[in-house]
Design a protein around this ligand. Structure first.
Ligand code: ADP
Ligand code: ADP
Length: 231
């Protein structure tokens, strides 16, 4: 699904260059559940922005479902992004004036899906994240964990090939964070491909593979094969 080869990203800051990614290689297959870890400044956000088709590399290749997305124009990149990627953020990023249903329907409005079909699909995905009884609640009428569930439903409603989550538990208490990570495990079991960017091992241990970045390179890439670690 994802093939990344010799990926490099440099930022030009005036006369200086910052080498944020310095030659990164990996494949991610359908239905993998991967965490990307590493200390601050190691290149996690840069890699996530490229994998999520928000940015392009300065060197190397990125193939997503067979398509080379390393050199697309901003418009073409946006099309790929809307079709292939569902984003979940630390800060939820919900519309405060819309209820759960409205928030989840939003990507379908952009996709031009007609109203009755939108509602059906939004209700279905809200059910999958356990929010059937909250569809007409607004974000400020929900707990933090419920808000993140709405954001996950919104990310899933377009049937993206990849769910990409950036510090998804960063604004949640540890118990609620665990519940959200269990939801990711359920979604993984249901066949979704999930990539989580996190600096917390407690979050990463729920995944099945951990890629550790250090100074713009992959320091380790290991399967989480101890079931006790991932329960
Ligand atoms: P040279 O001609 O000596 O390779 P460069 O300016 O191309 O000079 O590169 C200087 C150093 O920075 C080299 O070690 C090169 O491998 C490294 N480098 C160049 N571009 C990148 C990049 N995008 N990411 C990481 N390292 C880079
Ligand atoms: P992390 O998410 O692991 O903290 P980042 O990908 O944000 O790492 O940053 C990697 C390196 O690239 C850091 O040295 C950072 O300062 C630099 N960097 C990130 N984004 C930019 C940018 N837009 N312009 C210039 N430098 C950047």
């Amino acid at each position: 699904m994802i093939t990344i080869r010799d990926l490099k990203k440099e930022y030009v800051m005036g006369m200086q260059k910052v080498y944020a990614l310095r030659g990164v290689d990996f494949d991610i297959h359908r239905n993998e559940y991967v965490s990307i870890m590493g200390p601050s400044g190691s290149g996690k956000s840069t890699l996530m922005n490229i994998v999520g088709c928000l940015d392009t590399p300065t060197h190397g290749t990125y193939h997503l479902n067979g398509q080379d997305v390393s050199n697309l124009t901003d418009n073409d990149l946006a099309d790929v992004r809307n079709r292939e990627i569902g984003f979940v953020f630390q800060t939820f990023n919900l519309l405060p004036r819309s209820d759960c249903l409205g928030n989840v329907e939003l990507p379908l409005i952009y996709a031009g899906i007609k109203s009755s079909e939108r509602k059906k699909r939004a209700l279905d995905v809200l059910d999958r994240v356990g929010l059937s009884d909250r569809v007409d609640h607004k974000p400020n009428e929900l707990s933090g964990g419920q808000r993140q569930r709405v954001a996950i439903a919104r990310a899933l409603v377009n049937n993206p090939s990849i769910l990409l989550a950036d510090e998804p538990t960063g604004n949640l208490d540890s118990k609620t964070g665990e519940e959200i990570m269990r939801l990711f495990e359920e979604l993984h079991s249901a066949g979704h491909t999930i990539i989580v960017v996190t600096h917390e091992l407690d979050v990463a241990k729920h995944s099945r593979r951990i890629i550790n970045l250090f100074d713009g390179k992959i320091e380790s890439d290991t399967q989480v094969d101890n079931p006790a670690l991932a329960n």
